[in-house]
Ligand binder design. Structure first.
Ligand code: FS2
Ligand code: SF4
Length: 548
């Protein structure tokens, strides 16, 4: 195996042993590479089918789901990945047959990724071939840029799938995903071409986040300022993690009146901010913190846990028998709630019945947290915010969005938040917030000093707010605003968020706790020269650099 897609890549180079730092086995990692390789073949033919209106909507989902499956901490189950490879091979050849039937495709000298086929027992050997994995290109800059595009596409696909689950899709986004997947196999593209493609990936990143925002807010209402309880009640309960609001809604409906409570964990916390979910009395609040604390927190929760997306940590005994997955996620031994069929809801009966037999959660924290500051809520507070900026009560905003993680070096973010002067406000989104959302940072004229917009995809909201402020203050450039960016990344959704911000013209982003291992020195230099990106150093120096 060789994998360098996340912030925990071994020695900040890549995981290449029997298992990744995340716990993904070499077998699963290789199969994930083979799945991506196969999806490129699906994309190759589906581009052509799309041109002639011969494409099927199910192919869009297949590509999104396949990419999503390979995101860090989403799917650890080699069987589930191999199932997807089989399905993708069939889909690829079926689309090819469809084109041939119409005389739109003639067999030619095809690259391996569009023609390879073995039985399931041949997947392992195939997955070890050099051309399948991330090291297929010999030129390190080409390799780096292909990785940047591919990892951005993974994040894009995840967001596109959440939107699709709510019935929202855009052909342009699927078309781009296909084109870009195929481009990562095109040896005729230069480093400049691939750099342009990476920037274009950012454009579609903005589009997909806007689409998901539309899907979420149209379906569930605009997030609103909400006080979320972090305490527990004395009923059996289910804890829901991940990002998929459709899954969350269906579980809430199916648990209503059963005596089983529902709590959110990690990236599901923002579900508390949506008006549509507030009518459920058995939706109690949030339990615990960011994904990496799940071993302790799932143990004390006592009830079953549902993963709707990443981030899964290989479990410890004591709770492993009460963890369920759904969607793109899987882990060997965890029961998997199957996909929706024919417009029906997913069936959560098994996990609900399981919950009824278990103890209620043990309380681990007291009080509440406040969030729900997505763009609509902030726009409603615009007068208050603008006044505070004009009078100098708020001198600066710090966007501290992204991911949390288990590395000790991430204590930096807690310290940074603590040391920020009192006339500054943190704008956050994603699970990065857990590093400071429970600190007593107070408020400025009633505006909390930590404004949480929501999940990582709600970083889009922060961009909308910035655009709005630019308009109000009649500025020419978003970078003239008193906003600094100090982002934390972990997995590939952060890659698409970063590319999106670059596309919107945001400059001088600080990125930590380490710069991505997949950036070659030359590609990293381009990001420095063109966008002023820099790595985090230490709190004192970074405070000075960011004029805190
Ligand atoms: Fe956090 Fe993990 Fe949101 Fe990431 S819970 S690192 O999936 O996408 O952010
Ligand atoms: Fe390593 Fe991250 Fe890849 Fe897991 S996802 S194998 S930790 S680089």
């Amino acid at each position: 195996m060789f994998c360098n897609q996340c912030q925990e890549a071994l020695r900040n180079i890549g995981c290449d042993a029997m298992a990744g730092v995340c716990g993904k086995t070499s077998e699963t990692a290789n199969l994930q590479d083979l799945l991506i390789y196969t999806l490129k073949g699906v994309a190759f033919f589906n581009q052509e089918a799309r041109e002639h209106n011969l494409n099927h909507p199910a192919t869009d989902r297949l590509i999104m789901d396949g990419l999503f499956t390979t995101i860090t901490n989403a799917n650890f189950d080699p069987e589930s990945v191999a199932d997807r490879i089989e399905t993708a091979l069939d889909e690829r050849d079926e689309i090819k047959g469809r084109l041939q039937k119409q005389g739109l495709y003639e067999q030619q000298l095809e690259p391996d990724y569009v023609m390879w086929r073995t039985g399931r027992d041949g997947f392992e050997a195939k997955s070890e071939e050099k051309q399948v994995g991330l090291l297929s290109a010999d030129n390190e800059d080409v390799r780096s840029l292909r990785s940047l595009v591919l990892f951005g596409l993974k994040g894009m696909a995840a967001y596109a799938e959440h939107a699709l689950n709510l019935g929202y899709k855009k052909a342009d986004i699927s078309r781009f995903i296909e084109r870009a997947l195929v481009a990562t196999e095109d040896d005729s593209l230069s480093a400049d071409d691939l750099t342009a493609l990476a920037m274009e990936t950012g454009k579609y990143g903005v589009d997909v986040m806007a689409l998901l925002d539309e899907a979420n807010t149209t379906t569930y209402g605009h997030p609103e300022m909400t006080e979320v309880s972090i305490e527990v009640r004395n009923n059996p309960a289910i804890l829901v993690s991940g990002h998929d609001l459709k899954d969350f809604e269906e579980l809430l409906k199916q648990t209503e009146g059963t005596g089983v409570d529902v709590y959110t964990h990690s990236e599901m916390l923002p579900a508390n901010y949506y008006p549509a979910f507030k009518k459920y009395d058995h939706f109690v609040g949030n339990y615990g913190n960011a994904w990496w604390k799940q071993k302790e927190e799932f143990s004390s929760f006592n009830g079953p846990v549902l993963f709707t997306t990443n981030c899964i940590v290989p479990p410890r005994d004591g709770y492993a028998d009460r963890v369920y997955t759904t969607g793109a996620t899987a882990y060997p031994g965890f029961p998997h709630i199957p996909d929706r069929e024919d417009g029906e809801e997913k069936d959560f009966t098994q996990i609900i019945e399981h919950a009824k037999q278990l103890e209620s959660p043990t309380q681990i924290e007291e009080g509440s947290i406040v969030g729900g500051f997505a763009h609509n809520q902030v726009t409603q507070l615009a007068d208050q915010v603008v006044d505070a900026v004009k009078t100098g009560a708020i001198r600066k905003f710090f966007v501290m969005a992204g991911c949390d993680g288990r590395m000790m070096s991430r204590e930096y973010y807690t310290e940074f938040a603590k040391q920020l002067p009192e006339d500054t406000v943190i704008l956050t989104a994603g699970c990065a917030k857990y590093r400071y959302n429970k600190l007593p940072l107070g408020d400025i004229n009633g505006i909390p000093r930590v404004l949480d917009a929501g999940q990582c995809n709600d970083s889009y909201s922060l961009a909308v707010v910035a655009m709005k402020l630019k308009e109000i203050f009649e500025l020419n450039d978003i970078n003239e605003l008193p906003i600094e960016y100090n982002l934390a990344w972990y997995e590939q959704k952060a890659v698409i968020v970063l590319l999106s911000l670059l596309h919107l013209g945001v400059k001088d982003i600080k990125l930590g706790p380490t710069l991505p291992a997949f950036l070659s020195p030359n590609v990293a230099q381009v990001l420095v020269d063109k966008f002023g990106i820099s790595g985090m150093t230490n709190v004192e120096d970074d405070m000075a650099v960011l004029n805190a």
